[in-house]
Design a protein around this ligand. Structure first.
Ligand code: SF4
Length: 342
């Protein structure tokens, strides 16, 4: 069982101490006996322990920076939401395929932002611009926010904030099962709590440092019992020997351990495995022994934003993946909604 995340090293930006949450976190980490260093800016967190890049990368992923979010412009977050709400960046998990490896570049440590009220005020402005249309906010674009929230409770605050808004909804996805502190949050059904799931092979070989499948499903059951709209992201859907049986077993396990009927239909989001040229290079550096196959010749190139295209499955493989996974969903969860396959 993966224990709740505890950083080995904490950096605190001095400005963070102007906010109550900054002070609370400082006291908390002092009481936990964790080494705390002061830094004027997260860009100065350069001297992370470690003799080489490999060690530094690993140490960074257990380092937490407590800072202030300066940019209050939210990025877009299609297809699952209109905006990404930035409560934290970085993650302590070691998923080989994770896109944060490229987006976080040389700074893979975890950052949490203490100016949560300012971030939520900005969300209010975005909602006002679009009302009466509902604006959806995704809180897990740049981190696995649930995985650190037992320390910060920023997500819990955001859940309760959206619980009181008429024109906004919150959503996030996690691979961590440490959800107990979120069960009594006053969500008013306005937060969709999603879990990222995969078959046994993918979890075993590519998702180190995250909660195991049955732990995630058990957490999903608790969340559903707490009245949250529930969803699952099956990603990355990956072809390997025995994948059809592997994914069938995943849905069977899910079916056996979850109530099939929920007040709000369960949603499934389906994302096939993809990689970019730069990501392949970074993955091979960070996880040199990975079994993850990224063979460009076996894939189809799809142009992407910013001129960086990605390698997805060939048309026939893609069609088979979609048909197979959607078939399992319709069989085991006839009332569920498949939001998209991409
Ligand atoms: Fe990346 Fe999510 Fe894995 Fe964290 S849990 S390393 S954010 S894929």
């Amino acid at each position: 069982m993966v224990k709740p995340f505890v950083p080995q090293l904490v950096y605190i930006e001095p400005r963070a101490l102007d906010y109550p949450l900054g002070q609370t976190l400082k006291d908390k980490f002092e009481n936990m006996g964790i080494e705390i260093r002061e830094t004027t800016s997260h860009n100065q967190v350069r001297h992370l322990p470690g003799n080489n890049d490999f060690q530094k990368y690993r140490n960074a992923k257990s380092t937490l920076v407590v800072g202030v979010r300066k940019t209050l412009d939210f990025q877009s977050s299609k297809p699952s939401a209109e905006y990404a709400i930035p409560l934290a960046t970085g993650c302590m998990g070691h998923c080989h395929y994770c896109y944060l490896q490229t987006t976080m570049g040389s700074k893979p440590y975890i950052r949490t932002y203490v100016n949560v009220d300012e971030i939520l005020e900005r969300a209010d402005q975005y909602m006002a611009e679009r009302s009466p249309e509902i604006t959806r906010f995704e809180a897990a674009c740049t981190s696995d926010i649930v995985g650190i929230d037992h320390l910060t409770h920023s997500l819990k605050k955001a859940i309760e904030f959206f619980g009181e808004r008429d024109f906004g909804e919150l959503r996030f996805v996690t691979k961590f099962a440490h959800v107990d502190h979120l069960l009594d949050a006053r969500h008013n059904g306005r937060t969709r709590f999603r879990f990222s799931l995969n078959d046994a092979y993918v979890i075993k070989f590519f998702e180190a440092g995250t909660s195991r499948l049955v732990e995630r499903i058990e957490a999903a059951r608790k969340v559903s019992d707490a009245g949250y709209p529930l969803g699952f992201i099956i990603a990355p859907i990956y072809i390997h020997d025995g994948w059809q049986e592997g994914y069938r077993h995943l849905f069977e396990t899910l079916h056996d351990r979850l109530p099939v009927k929920t007040a709000v239909p369960i949603t499934f989001e389906l994302i096939q495995h993809r990689f970019t040229g730069p990501a392949k290079r970074v993955i091979e550096k960070n996880y040199p022994n990975s079994k993850l196959v990224m063979n460009k010749e076996e894939r189809r190139y799809k142009w992407g934003r910013y001129g960086i295209g990605k390698y997805i499955y060939q048309k026939e493989d893609e069609a088979l993946l979609q048909e197979t996974i959607e078939g399992y969903i319709h069989h085991y969860f006839p009332d569920a909604v498949v939001a998209y396959f991409t």
